[in-house]
Write a protein that binds this ligand. Sequence first.
Ligand code: ATR
Length: 291
Amino acid sequence: DLYNMRHIGPDTKVHGVIGNPIGHSKSPHLHNAAFKSTSFNGIYLPLLVDNVSNFITTYSSPDFAGYSYTIPHKEAGLKCCDEVDPIAKSIGAISCMIRRPTDGKLIGYNMDHLGAIAAIEEGLRASSGTTPASGSPLAGQIFVVIGAGGAGKALAYGGYEKGARVVVANRTYDKAKELASKVGGQAITLSELNEFHPEEGMILVNTTSVGMKPRIDETPVSKEALKHYSLVFDAVYTPKLTRLLREARESGATIVYGTEMFINQAFVQFEMFTGLPAPKQLIRDVLARNT
Ligand code: ATR
């Protein structure tokens, strides 16, 4: 899939993913395949970069139409933008940079929260069995975010944007408090989470590395507490079925896998790069082939 590219011509839009390491990235596979299938005249390259600022000033010719950013360059990328979307600024990191066609300026965005939030909304709609209403199914819901790092911020802002009542649960209380204050939410420490159940049917998202390989026996919350949640999302995707998700499913909650966050942000980035609707099934198939 990686070399399933279109011919390059004068009008070809060049994109790339900036990271270090980059060899493992699945983004080139899926974006090149998606460009080809939609006849979008673009290519997408893996870009192994040490210093983002040097790269952007030296190599970013106007022919580069857009970039994705991955670990560890999401924060450094923010500093290289001509303009930054307000949400990305609040999160303190970008996941994507687009060259504005009208003036060539590089605009930074963070799509990570959109990917996760879209996956959670889809899970809520599917589990309620109702036809999609115009508003978000997250509106008015208690949305508990475990963690207050980059991913925690992205999810907290994402939930806030959708009108959810955000609760930030973090090991370090001060960080929870700082983030909660920005999204009009409540802060608790992670150790309080097991006893926290102001109402039933809440939504829980884990953005910490708790439960990630090799520590697959760990979970951030007791199984007993999970019965108060209707949906649980885990940003950890190695393993796909974490202990948290397994226990949530056993407690009757709808579960949303961390892989959905990546897949959905790929849809959003494709749409930003091309202005076309994402070929969702094709992207899922390419990812399935390359995992
Ligand atoms: P990311 O950008 O992936 O969110 P990060 O900025 O390093 O990563 O943030 C990691 C988050 O996971 C933090 O909220 C951290 O809690 P602290 O603020 O107390 O450091 C949380 N975290 C990491 N390891 C953890 C563990 N073993 N138990 C509980 N929380 C943990």
